[in-house]
Design a protein around this ligand. Sequence first.
Ligand code: ADP
Ligand code: MG
Length: 706
Amino acid sequence: MSQNILDTKIEFLKGVGPQRADILKTELQIFKFGDLLQHYPFRYVDKTKFHTIKGLVADNYAVQLKGVLRRLDSVGSGRGRRLVGRFRDETGTIELVWFKGVTWIEKKLVVGVQYVVYGKPTLYKGRLNITHPEVEPATTANTEHALTLEPVYHSTGKLENKGLDSRGIMKVQRILQNKLRDAPIAENLPTYFLEKFKFPARKKALTDIHFPGSTALLATAQNRLKFEELFFLQLKLLSLKTKRQTALKGHVFSQVGEYFNSFYKEKLPFELTDAQKRVIKEIRRDMGSGAQMNRLLQGDVGSGKTIVGLMCMLIAMDNGFQCCLMAPTEILAQQHYESISESVEGLGIQVAFLSGSVKGKKRKQLLEVLANGDIHILIGTHALIEDWVVYKNLGLAIIDEQHRFGVAQRASLWKKGIGAPPHILVMTATPIPRTLAMTLYGDLDISVIDELPPGRKDIVTLHKTENGRLRVFGFMKEEIAKGRQVYVVYPLIEESESEQLADLNNLMEGYESLSRDFPKPDYQISVVHGRMKAKDKDFEMQRFVKGETQIMIATTVIEVGVNVPNASVMVIENTERFGLSQLHQLRGRVGRGAEQSYCILMSSFKLSKDGKKRIETMCRTNNGFEISEVDMELRGPGNIQGTEQSGMVDFHIANLATDGRILQTAREIATRVLEDDPKLEKPHHSPLRRYLEKDKKYLTTWGRIS
Ligand code: ADP
Ligand code: MG
């Protein structure tokens, strides 16, 4: 086939031209016909029929009416001025009300003229009215012909200035559809898919998605296009994974030996949960398979991921290999270092610590023993993957709290292996929704710890406003009197200098007020914030860890991983400013000991809808997986921790928050296709192969990730 029409440059579309084309490119990344075709409506306005005023009820959906404007009155004055219209059809009369754009509406509308009105009837003081309806003069076009589901498109201020508001975009979409009417658009799914799922042909779906003839046609078009989008992504991810597994040999850890067994018998301080046992088995099987492992370990805060990581390292050592454990902050790395050194004491295992702060002679010595194999486990920060760090034989690399690590770092670990890349285990800080995991880490295998160690008491979470502050302080005193410790956390948004200062002031004011209510020498308070030198931060943190201070006031620096089992109360200030997963992560800092723990969410009295939902969710559940789902619903998949800027969840039509079932099917089908035909060579898969081959750019981007 010659030049594909969908590759035609957008400026060549009638009604676009060079100027609009430039804006379309910069604002919406629309370069070609095909891009415009994939700029799908984000909702539809139901103009398929006219309702009668008599039959209206206050309901959740908008209706279309046809009638005459009988009156238009200006009521009130100044900022309180509004416009009230009386609108009548053959069956009755209804009020139309405007609070905004009053002057403009007043000029535009003419009493006695026939209009088509579109809006949502609501009940006000016992009567139905429509606030801010869409109003258009009635014409044959909008009353007799094009009774449709009208597409609504995303636009921007700049586009609107060029006449490309939603309506304007709709017009060029129409022109494009006419242009495509007789052009071939290649099918990209095998015929047997279309039959199995009753999907419309690609071309039909691409028409119906813009100008659906009915809600049923729209639904089938959406279903097909969502599937298509998710399916091709899964196909790419899974074929990458298969390729890697066949092309790359991994170290074979065939045995469980002395280290593992003696740790298990003599050192393990508790019985593992069934979930931990299952996950260790999964990892063991991977590391013994001959292929290189790339596994994501998901588990809620406190579910015991660290011990799982440690036991996997013991298996690696039993097979003569070195391991490393990388954490995102110095404090967390240090804590891992101390707790792991302690747990393996007496087993003849050499554990070492490395970060940017290990310098000079100390570093030189460390690197020597690392290179000759005398160190078994190296724990540290990003420093572990620097070029100057050379292992003798790195067999397993564990990355804790993944979201701080970019894909690039994951890749640079690969080079550290000799002969074969090390096995890689990535542990998440907080759970992410299943659909997101399948997408972001779709080329990894996933293990889930879905069970907390026994005997944990659920953290009691309460919401308080300023009125309750004294009671909260009283409660803190009671807990401190029992020998417990308390966190008080302030938000820190790292946007601008001035905001940072405002946040810092907040924290310092909080500190002063607390110092008055919790005076020395009875109470000692630690303060930690981002403006402090690392050394001072560390010092303050250590005082709290050792129990020398009872209260720790901090910005979110304590969010990641710090473990102080004696802390039983977490007070969060300005809760409404935190994201859900952040709140969950913070709450996870308490409830680590045997005592009943509490999380107190302080907020202002007035809350936004989302703020309220976040706080309600926190009070309702301790389950991190559940919380991550709500988080994704509220903020959209692109804003969930770890996905920022990844571009991997920017779908044209699919939505990870709502299309979980389609995604599940897409992944299953992609798996089956690749099992049956790994290279997509069979004739009935040629639409898939052709479509993927066109998408080379996409594939190379993905290639770099692994
Ligand atoms: P996370 O998954 O958040 O990293 P950790 O690995 O830090 O959780 O574990 C939290 C706490 O639970 C630690 O103090 C750890 O010793 C303890 N723990 C882990 N597994 C068990 C278990 N099976 N039984 C009892 N306590 C456990
Ligand atoms: Mg952890």
